[in-house]
Design a protein around this ligand. Structure first.
Ligand code: IPM
Ligand code: MG
Length: 368
């Protein structure tokens, strides 16, 4: 019996390089832990545009709907900057999120002990940091109508609409409260209720869901701008942060950089449970396609590897195996193995993308 099905969409730039290391990890689990995944591959982003004239074909979209989990590398690159908006690489990613209805985007910001010096903040502010941003991913200003660039007299006007229904807010709030119960039991909800009606509704609905179903979890509210400030001032005050699509985009980048290791952070995008009880799911590193270093073996595969660890945990209920993989990554870092993005100490020679993958596999071996 297979453990489950995976669709790998490596994408553009460094996507294929980092995903090749994840393939080694998947193979390791097959050989050493008897977990066999039914793996298929497809195209997304610029590479799909090159092959098919669209950043995501209907066939690949349909396959993504069937599998237990999608693993995505990264999309985009300068070659595609001037494409029409409707076929830009990012549209492929946004279509996956929307059509799979992946409303809950989990973005952990975790500071690895071995890397605490890489943060732009003081070491004691970030050492041991472990927070989880839950970003609403399928609604809000990213998708609201009306949108577009219209003509008004002699002027063009750019329009986007922030729109949230109660049920959209309630379901992502539940997802945040559920996670908090398995962590530090604290949720901070962020919006701009001082200027936006959608923010007022957000605060009301989060408060209602909390009172009705999650009164055991500690809940606080913050305006998103103050939240950004608090993230820089004392990030360890947070456990789970729940916020909308656009604020979540900004706050998660800021939180990621606190850890000093943007190249190390994974993410999970989860939807409602499928018939087999598993959530619809897509896993991807937080970093982008890094076209400047693509194809040179310099990329850090850890974010993509840790995204697979999240897949083990959230799609396949293999929490202990996810812990094993995360511990292997920690060990490799503690041993001083560094890709080029993590240099800083003199006298350390960087390893290549592939050597980092091999080191993680060796650490997995040592875990047995
Ligand atoms: C992210 C990215 C995407 C977003 C882009 C690539 C569409 O910035 O996943 O955070 O804005 O959501
Ligand atoms: Mg972003």
């Amino acid at each position: 019996m297979t453990t489950g099905s995976l669709l790998i969409l490596a994408g553009d730039g460094i996507g294929p390089e980092v995903m090749a290391e994840v393939r080694k990890i998947i193979d390791w689990y097959g050989a050493k832990r008897d977990l066999s995944f039914d793996v298929s591959e497809g195209l997304v982003g610029g590479c799909s545009y090159d092959a098919h004239g669209t950043p995501l074909t209907d066939e690949t979209m349909a396959r993504a709907q069937e599998v237990d989990a999608v693993l995505l590398g990264a999309v985009g690159g300068p070659a595609y900057d001037n494409l029409d908006f409707s076929v830009k690489p990012e549209r492929g990613l946004l279509r996956l999120r929307k059509e799979m209805d992946l409303y809950s985007n989990l973005r952990p910001a975790q500071c690895f002990d071995a890397l605490a010096d890489f943060s732009s903040l003081k070491k004691d502010v970030v050492a041991g940091l472990d927070i989880m941003i839950v970003r609403e991913l399928t609604s809000g200003i990213y998708f609201g109508e009306p949108r577009g660039i219209i003509k008004e007299g002699n002027e063009r006007v750019g329009i986007n609409t922030q729109r949230y229904t109660e049920s959209e807010i309630a379901r992502v709030a539940r997802s945040a409260f559920e996670l908090a119960r398995r962590r530090g039991n604290k949720v901070c909800s962020m919006e701009k209720a001082n200027v936006m009606e959608s923010g007022i509704l957000w605060r009301d609905v989060v408060t209602e869901v909390h009172a009705a179903e999650y009164a055991d979890v500690e809940l606080s509210h913050m305006y998103a701008d103050a939240g950004a400030m608090q993230l820089c001032r004392w990030p360890k005050q947070f456990d789970v942060i729940v916020t909308d699509n656009l604020f979540g985009d900004l706050l998660s980048d800021a939180a990621a950089m606190l850890t000093g290791s943007l190249g190390m952070l994974p993410s999970a995008s989860l939807g409602a449970p499928m018939e087999n009880g598993r959530p619809k799911a897509l896993y991807e590193p937080v970093h982008g396609s890094a076209p400047d270093i693509a194809g040179q073996g310099k990329a850090n595969p850890i974010a993509c590897v840790l995204s697979f660890a999240m897949a083990l945990r959230y799609s396949f209920d293999l929490g202990a195996e996810a812990d094993r993989l995360e511990a292997a990554v920690e060990k490799v870092l503690a041993d001083g193995v560094r890709t080029a993005d993590l240099l800083g100490q003199e006298g350390v020679t960087p390893v290549s993308t592939s050597q980092m993958g091999d080191a993680i596999v060796a650490a997995l071996d040592a875990s047995l």
